[in-house]
Every structure is written in C-alpha cells, then in structure tokens.
Design a protein around this ligand. Structure first.
Ligand SMILES: [Zn+2]
Length: 482
C-alpha cells in the first residue's frame, strides 16, 4: 500500500487556550445588578463536565491519531485562502470558550475537506474537519460558525471520551474502539468517506440527545461571546435539513435532534448578549472562490479513489494474499503488563497500541489498516463479572465496526491461562486483503471484574495452523492478578 504524502505544513493554526483573550462576561454584571432583587432572572444554561476516566492528554492523543487517519483517507481542499478564513473563524470561537472548559493541552485545528456532502466533525482534543459542502450550504458566515461552535462545544465538554467512559461497561470501550477497528482489518477509506464508523468513529462522532443539547446550548454561548448571533446556529440546522432532501444529511444523523432543537437554541439565545461583531466580511469571497473551483468530490468518488489507492477494485478487494512466515516452533515470552506473561511463536514481534492492547504478529502480518496474522491481548476494565455476557458484549462491540463479522460457533468453555475461559471462532472479510479471515476470541476473568481477552486473526486458508498456535498461547498464558 502506498503511503500518502505528508500533510502540507503551515495549514494548521495551532491555537493555545493559554494565549486566548479573556473577556469579562457581561452576564456577571447583570447578575450583580439584581443581586438584591427578589426577582429571579432566567440565567443562561450551565454545564458540568461528565464523568471521564481519561486524562486531557488522552483526548489529545486519540484525537490526533484519528485526525492522522482522516487526512490519509479524505481529500483536503488545500486552498490557502479558504483555510485562512476557516482558521480565523475558528480562532475567534476558540477564544470564546468559557474558561472552565478551556483545557490547556487542547489544540484546535481547522481543515476543509473537498467533499460535497454537508458534514463537519471534531475529534477529541480539538482537530476539526469541515466539508466544503457545509461551507457551500451556509448562507452566512455565522451559520457556518454555528456548526463550528456546536462542534467546539462537543470537544470542550469532552463528549468523546466521556461517552467512551460510559460505554465501557457494555463495549470494548474507550480507546479500545480502535481495537474493534484494528482487530479485523479496520478502516477502509470508503467507510469513513461514507460517514460510517472508522475505528474511533462510533465513539467519537455520534452522540446522544443530552450531549447534543449541551453542544447546542454551550455552542450558542460560545457564538454570542465570540460575536456571532447564536440564532444563526438554529438557522444553519434548518438549512442543513432543507438541503438534505429525502436523504438525511450525514451531519444530522451523527448529531441527532435532541428535541425542540430550534426553540431551545432560540430560548438560550434570548438570554445571551452578542459581544461585538465577529463577522470577517470575507464569506462571500470564499463562497465565490469555491464556486469557481471544480466541484467537490462525492463520498462515492472518494471511496473509489481510496479503493484504487489501496490496490483493490472495490469493496470485495482483489489484492493478493499477504505472504508471511508460518508460526515458528520456537517460542518467546513477553510481559505486556504486570498481570500477564504471554508466550508466542519466536517470529512474532510485539507492537503496543496506545490503548493498552499489544499485538503480536509475524513480519508482514501487521498492515497499516489492521493485522492479518497474529494475536492481540488486552484487558477490558469495568466488565460486569459475568464472563459470557461480557464476552458477548465485547464481540458486539467488534461487530459494530466490522459489519461482515459472523459467528461460526457457540462458546467453548476452555482453559485460558489456567482459569475457566471462553473461546469462540468468528469469520470476517479482511479490509487489508479482501480475503476471508478467521477470528478466534478467548476471554477469562481477572480480579475486580476485569475481562482479559485474546483475539487471534489469520486468513481462513491458514486457520488450522494458526488455530493451534492460538490454543498454545491461551493455555500457556500466565496470569498473576492477586
Ligand atoms: Zn453534535
């Protein structure tokens, strides 16, 4: 597979919250003036950060990783004038984030994707991507700023990792969302272009009603503080809906209407004072500039281009199977963490994911978009303590980002690291090769309701050789968690 050339430099504005200008919020003055009054004025909505077991730096780390993936798979517009404009709007909005939600490690960046569909998304820690179609659909700068303010609010409220924190009990949780992608081949360019999940996608790009409500209202506050009319956010949502026609625009499906969306935004807007006028006056110029360019690419065109880049002719893939050496008869032991000693064929090398998951794969078995041969080991915290139920929920988590994953058999109760464990074999189609692959999942319980899992992957044609290797590995596993 060819690696795309590195992203051009100078395109991103690395904004530090430390440098931002602090405005004295006018509403504080209003509150002070009525402090002795018995009349309670309606106040703007206040927010609390949701429970989050991740560090601020984790948001930054996973966001960066996902952003790198995005820039590999989606075509950036790379028009300096448009980038400059979007960065300017973004900078003004970021400076207006209320201080309690401005997290010093976060770095907000703004990029335009040369894609037609109306969409925009922001990743944990700050990277934001706006489709060209979103700018083309906007009637005013403030409308586009409205969507950006909403996205910035998701980031500032740390909704991505807060959601992962919640989900953990039921899914492979959190940063392990990556595993779901990586395990069975991960992310085809087409998937992300079509707006489906790409590894982290399910965790970080789609929120429930409460988070949508918060992003609307905090977004409205950010807009007003920045000097944009927050009612324009509501207008933009109407514009997006109207442009969607019969098909729901992607943005709407990943940011579901929390109910009475427009009224709620207008109610909040009525409590806010717009501080100055942030309009750059350049929106019309940007729009006519875009209108003169060749049309933005559709999701379908992008998916096709990515497929041919990857050497496939389409979703089924026709790449030659990857050749790797069979499991060596020699073995080698590793301690991926302080609870486990794992013994694998000597020709398999460990690769640590940033999510505490280690992949052991032979040379050539670990591709850029997933692994085709080898085994992953990791620990899922906060499981329920019911082995079969936890295993089932973990596999459902895999299936979400691997729609072609299929159960081949029920669970076998089997020794894993000297304990009672469960093993099951599934089939999948590898995104890396387009070929059928066999996925062996084994689990056992650790102290404190944690679930230890092993996920072995090999092409279907080599399943028996690898199946034997996986069995030796799970039986030879040493666990010390007491
Ligand atoms: Zn949203």
């Amino acid at each position: 597979m060819t690696r795309p050339s590195p992203a051009p430099t100078g395109r991103r504005a690395w904004l530090s919250n430390v440098r931002r200008v602090r405005l004295i919020p006018t509403y504080l003055l209003i509150v002070a003036s009525v402090a002795f009054s018995t009349i309670a004025l309606p106040a703007q909505t206040t927010f609390k950060l949701d429970r989050n077991r991740y560090k601020l730096e984790d948001d930054v780390k996973v966001g960066q990783e996902a952003a790198t993936q995005v820039t590999k798979e989606l075509p950036l517009l790379n028009d300096a004038r448009t980038e400059e404009w979007v960065e300017e709007v973004g900078r003004v909005l970021v400076a207006a984030i209320p201080s309690e939600f401005s997290h010093p490690p976060f770095r907000y960046t703004f990029d335009v994707i040369n894609q037609k569909e109306i969409n925009a998304f922001a990743l944990p820690g700050g990277p934001m991507f706006l489709n060209r179609g979103m700018i083309e659909a906007g009637k005013t700068e403030a409308e586009v700023a409205g969507v950006m303010g909403h996205e910035i609010a998701h980031v500032a409220l740390r909704h991505g990792t807060a959601q992962a924190t919640k989900g953990e009990r039921f899914q492979l949780g959190a940063l392990l969302g990556q595993v779901a992608g990586a395990v069975v081949g991960g992310t085809a360019g087409g998937l992300i272009a079509q707006g489906s999940q790409f590894g982290l996608g399910t965790y970080f790009l789609k929120f429930g009603r409460e988070y949508e409500r918060q992003a609307d209202l905090l977004g409205a506050q950010i807009l007003a503080r920045a000097g944009y009319d927050p009612r324009q956010m509501a207008n933009m949502f109407k514009t997006i809906e109207a442009q969607g026609g019969s098909r729901q625009p992607e943005w709407m499906s990943s940011h579901p209407n929390p109910g009475n969306r427009y009224d709620a935004i207008l109610r909040e807007a009525a409590l806010l004072r717009i501080q100055g006028n942030a309009d750059s006056g350049n929106f019309d110029e940007i729009k006519s500039r875009l209108a003169k360019m060749s049309p933005a690419l559709t999701a379908e065109q992008i998916a096709k281009a990515n497929a041919s880049k990857a050497g496939t002719t389409g979703a089924t893939g026709t790449r030659a199977p990857i050749r790797v050496d069979p499991p060596s008869s020699q073995s080698r032991s590793y301690r991926p963490n302080n609870m486990i000693t794992i013994t694998v064929p000597a020709n398999w090398q460990p690769t640590n994911g940033n999510d505490g998951v280690t992949t052991y794969a032979p040379g050539g078995g670990l591709a850029e978009n997933g692994f085709t041969h080898g085994i992953q080991v990791g620990i899922l915290q906060n499981a329920t303590g019911d082995l079969q139920r936890d295993t089932e929920q973990m596999i459902q988590g895999f299936a979400k980002s691997n729609p072609r994953l299929q159960r081949q058999q029920g669970y076998r109760r089997e020794n894993v690291g000297g304990r009672t464990g469960l093993t099951t074999v599934l089939s999948n189609v590898s995104d890396a090769t387009g070929q059928a692959e066999s996925v062996t999942v084994s689990t056992t319980q650790l102290r404190g309701n944690a679930l230890l899992f092993l996920v072995g992957v090999s092409p279907q044609t080599e399943a028996s050789v690898y199946g034997n290797a996986f069995q030796r590995i799970r039986q030879g596993l040493q666990i010390s968690d007491r």
